[in-house]
Ligand binder design. Structure first.
Ligand code: PLP
Length: 375
């Protein structure tokens, strides 16, 4: 059996090695490493894939989130509502810009922000809602969109973990992840659903004027060369990464299918298990399974992780501490007990190996090991 890893990027690369190398070699030969044609080609192909008007490639997912908030013209002290159970980057950019992160609890089944909690958190200073489609499944976008419309708030999607996932509204309209709100943000970090060989990210929007603003901010606040209309940043996807991404985009649906099949194997094997509940599937959203995350019951999670590691099965905890209990965010004034669902999840969750290259022998071994450990 091949060794089991949380993410196996090497085996994935081995299968598309020739195609990738040809594309990368073309970039090397052209020596256009920045703003080359590969970036434009990938951008257009991703626009087609997502059915969105504008994809703006940037340097990473954190930059994408920061640039999105900058482009909306938010002012110091404006409030942005976001979940406390997420990767730190979501909240970090809000804080960095001098905006106020207003944290809310999540739904215990989807792990995503609770629309009821969002409604309760709205004040006169609220300007935006920033849902995170955690682990590859969407937040309740229909409810969130209704709230955003009702209170005239921006809706910024953190789609860093949900590339390849689709959301379907009650009226039958299906949308790609990150393309439902005012603006969507994603990351092409190597282990993400669509990952490059370094850092990368992108913003998505259907708003022409907002797209222009985003492009300008990502390029030093400049539209005409050396004329700077606003304070910007330097954030761009380079040509080598775009070349890799353009090849991998062709396989994205197959990659998602491989993740879903691995998830289905886990789901079936764990059905009825008393000590671990598999992730609950939302009706309106497909699940891109960036992570396969269990909730453990009545068992010491740390001991489970150690016992699994002894059987050479890695596991991870995403995320062990919700944002409101992180030291850096103590200034926000939250305390233990404020967000009971997120606090409980942070004690309970355990993610199993999940990637595109898991074979049946590995899956069976992981499940056999887990069942022994959970006995
Ligand atoms: C990965 C990730 C980010 C940040 O992306 P980077 O490309 O690493 O900057 C932001 N939010 C979430 C939810 C993520 O998973």
């Amino acid at each position: 059996m091949r060794p089991i890893q949380m993410v196996d990027l090497k085996s994935q690369y081995d299968k598309i090695h020739d195609e990738i190398n040809v594309q990368m070699q073309q970039v090397l030969d052209s020596a256009t490493f920045i703003r080359g044609e590969k970036v434009t080609i990938f951008q257009r192909n991703l626009e087609k894939y997502l059915h969105v008007k504008h994809v703006i490639p940037v340097g990473n997912g954190t930059d994408a989130l920061q640039i999105a908030l900058m482009a909306l013209g938010l002012q110091k002290g404006d409030e942005v509502i976001t979940p406390t159970f997420t990767f730190i980057a979501t909240v970090e950019v809000i804080a960095l810009l001098g905006l106020t992160p207003v944290l809310v609890d999540v739904d215990s089944e989807t792990f995503c922000m609770s629309p009821e909690a969002v409604r309760k958190a709205i004040t006169k200073k609220t300007k935006a809602i920033l849902p995170v489609h955690l682990f590859g499944q969407h937040a309740d976008m229909e409810a969130l969109k209704n709230i955003a419309d009702e209170f005239q708030l921006f809706l910024v999607e953190d789609a860093c973990q949900s590339m390849g996932s689709i959301y379907t509204f009650t009226n039958g309209l299906s949308c790609s992840t990150g393309c439902m709100g005012t603006v969507g943000c994603t990351s092409f970090f190597p282990s993400k659903n669509l990952g490059c060989f370094g850092d990368g990210g992108a913003l998505f929007t259907n708003d022409d004027a907002l797209a222009d603003t985003i492009r300008s901010i990502a390029n030093h606040g400049m539209e005409v060369r050396y004329h700077h209309d606003r304070v910007g940043v330097n954030s761009r996807l380079d040509s080598l990464q775009a070349a890799v991404l353009d090849v991998k985009l062709k396989y994205l649906d197959l990659y998602i299918l491989a993740r879903q099949q691995a998830a289905q194997f886990y789901d079936q094997a764990l059905a009825g298990c008393e000590r671990a509940s598999p992730p609950v599937h939302q009706l309106k959203s497909t699940h891109a399974f960036h992570q396969y995350t269990l909730k453990l019951h009545h068992i010491d999670r740390n001991a489970v992780q150690i016992a699994m590691a002894q059987k050479n099965v890695p596991t991870m905890v995403y995320y062990p501490i919700p944002i409101h209990l992180q030291k850096a965010y103590a200034y926000l004034g939250y305390k233990s007990g404020d967000f009971p669902v997120a606090e409980q999840l942070s004690q309970q969750v355990l993610s199993l190996p999940m990637h595109t290259e898991l074979d049946e022998e590995q899956l069976q071994y992981i499940i056999n090991s887990l069942k022994l450990v959970l006995q």
